[in-house]
Design a protein around this ligand. Structure first.
Ligand code: ZN
Ligand code: ZN
Length: 588
């Protein structure tokens, strides 16, 4: 028997070797690299507005009119490229090219589905808005001001036709997206008024040219106002629901999230996580209660947890030292990671912490801004918000939210070893495709995963307060998924949503109201954090079991990140493929 098996494996091995030789002779990677360049060029010609958004300014003077012809062109682009992709056998591609292949394929299939099935061009009037691109042209210095104003002028030519096409497309809009469209379009008018006037005043253009520009700006403003008036007066007795419904939601999840799980599976996992988190929080609350309160523990466990969270949240930095606290945190995180051997941190690429620039003011506590795909050598910044000029009460509430514990978790998530570290690794296998089409679920999932990973390895000295705050923070991610799915698939009411977020996830009412609004206007994106987190964590455990004693957490992290911002399910396939045991020697 042994002989027969030996013989068989010899044949297989031989066949294998032949295939490998052939693959080397006709290396498919070189032509695929060329193909990718062509693809990106055609992508920008087909979607010039998208090109502008990522810093590719070759087609800025064209405003594409969103009519039937354009949709046909976009469909033809997708179908042609799906055909072209078939010429490149996946098995012959390098890992970097494989994941690029999958990302391109997903984009193309997703765009066909979006145009032919989702059809948000018929029901989402906020799809139609021109102001942002014009604002980028004025505020980004990719060319001198005079040239940019010339582009601005040319681009305005199609605005009336653009909104006429929008009116033709809209059939049965939702009330929520109609209101959003009115507010955003009117809000965006400033770019044709004050922003343009300021730019003209600074420019060296002659008076005639300035007059022409202002004349066309007036026509543009009139077209926007005509559109918003049309929306306000639209007879819409049976408006479409903002809820996507089970089928469309599941499909959108497939294309946007690119998970190895169905959305139903992820939803069930989120429900389970919520229950587990509540149990862990209850246990901590019982153990810590006497340290913080003289009164007995309330019988309502969720209420007890909330009281303790409120109490512990009062431990926070002074508003003036918010940025300093963050700056001082970064080296502490780096030291901890080194000491515990969790992942290699490249010392030649330190993170620059800065006060958030004016155009971001008032938006977020902290965020990473990385250079776009076309800004070579741009800096990566850690933007930190300041509370200058905030009313005392507002600042206090903000500082309680980003208290002593949460601030550390935020730094792990945004900076090290979260988003910033992932970015440094992904830049080591440069791929324009991944810079443009990178998988947001993997990116967010990694940042959320590192929060737990750091605490598991003893960051914060296993202080129960730290764990309680972490659980609260993680509960937000879990409940984002439950909320989004419940709203779009299970007809969750606003009351049910607020109850979930305030009573079960311990959020402030204002935050919960904002989240409800976001869930009515977007679909699926709120699931990305939990889905990515869960998939990475589960994969790590699977890999650990497979490797047994050989498992090395540092190596796992470095290997995982080496694939760039690709969907977790594809990274998993490739890592498991490489980890599969080689046949024992004697069989050769
Ligand atoms: Zn305080
Ligand atoms: Zn994030």
């Amino acid at each position: 028997m042994k002989n027969i098996f030996g013989f068989l494996s010899l044949i297989l091995l031989f066949a294998c070797n032949n295939a490998e030789k052939k693959a080397v002779e006709t290396d498919v990677n070189k032509p695929f690299e060329e193909y990718k360049n062509n693809f990106i060029n055609e992508l920008w010609q087909t979607y010039p507005g998208w090109a502008l958004g990522v810093g590719k300014h070759d087609f800025d003077s064209i405003l594409v009119i969103p009519n039937e012809d354009t949709r046909k062109k976009e469909l033809a682009f997708a179908n042609n490229h799906l055909d072209s992709l078939k010429k490149y056998p996946i098995e012959g591609l390098s890992n970097n090219n494989k994941t690029d292949y999958y990302l391109i394929e997903n984009l193309l299939k997703g765009s066909i589905w979006s145009t032919t099935e989702l059809k948000s061009h018929e029901w989402n009037p906020s799809n139609y808005n021109v102001s942002e691109a014009f604002s980028i042209i004025l505020s980004t210095e990719f060319d001198n001001l005079e040239n940019r104003l010339d582009i601005f002028y040319k681009r305005m030519a199609n605005i009336p036709a653009y909104f006429e096409a929008a009116k033709q497309n809209i059939k049965n809009p939702t009330v929520e997206h109609t209101q959003l469209a009115i507010a955003q379009n009117l809000g965006g008018l400033a770019v044709f008024e004050t922003e343009l006037e300021d730019a003209l005043a600074k420019s060296k253009l002659d008076e005639n040219t300035k007059t022409e520009l202002l004349k066309r700006a007036d026509q543009s403003i009139a077209a926007v106002k005509d559109y918003t008036d049309w929306l306000k007066n639209l007879k819409n007795d049976n408006p479409r629901s903002f809820r996507l419904g089970k089928e469309l939601y599941a499909k959108k999840f497939e294309f946007d999230i690119q998970s190895g799980n169905t959305v139903e599976e992820i939803y069930q996992k989120a429900l389970k996580s919520k229950a587990e988190l509540h149990l862990k929080m209850a246990e901590i609350t019982h153990n810590l209660w006497n340290k913080y309160f003289k009164q007995p523990v309330p019988t309502d466990t969720l209420q007890a947890i909330k009281m303790l969270i409120d109490k512990i949240s009062t431990k926070h930095v002074h508003p003036d030292s918010f940025q300093t606290a963050i700056e001082q945190q970064i080296p502490v995180l780096v030291d901890f990671i080194k000491q515990k051997d969790l992942i290699y941190i490249d010392p030649s690429k330190p993170l620059v912490v800065r006060k958030e620039p004016a155009y971001m003011a008032g938006v977020a506590g902290a965020s990473i801004s990385s250079p776009g795909p076309y800004e070579k050598n741009g800096n990566t910044y850690y933007n930190v918000g300041s509370m200058e000029g905030w009313p005392k009460e507002q600042a206090e509430s903000y500082l309680r939210e980003y208290n002593h514990y949460i601030l550390q978790i935020l730094n792990i998530h945004e900076a090290i070893p979260g988003h910033y570290t992932q970015l440094v690794y992904s830049n080591q296998s440069p791929s324009l495709i991944k810079a443009i089409l990178g998988n947001g679920t993997m990116i967010e999932g990694w940042a959320v995963y590192t929060e737990l990973m750091m605490l598991e390895n003893g960051y914060g000295n296993n202080e129960p307060e730290m764990w309680l705050m972490y659980y609260k923070w993680n509960l937000r991610t879990v409940c984002n998924t439950i909320l989004d799915y419940s709203v779009h698939v299970n007809n969750f009411t606003k009351e049910e949503a607020i109850h979930l977020l305030v009573n079960e996830a311990f959020q402030q009412t204002a935050e919960a109201e904002g989240k409800w609004k976001r869930a009515t206007l977007t679909q699926v994106q709120l699931c990305s954090y939990f889905t990515g987190f869960k998939e990475i964590y589960e994969f790590r455990e699977e890999y650990k079991a497979l490797k047994g004693k050989e498992f090395d957490l540092k190596k796992f992290h470095e290997k995982f990140l080496s694939y760039g911002s690709a969907p977790v399910k594809h990274i998993r396939e490739m890592m498991l493929g490489e980890a599969s045991p080689t046949p024992p020697k004697e069989e050769l």
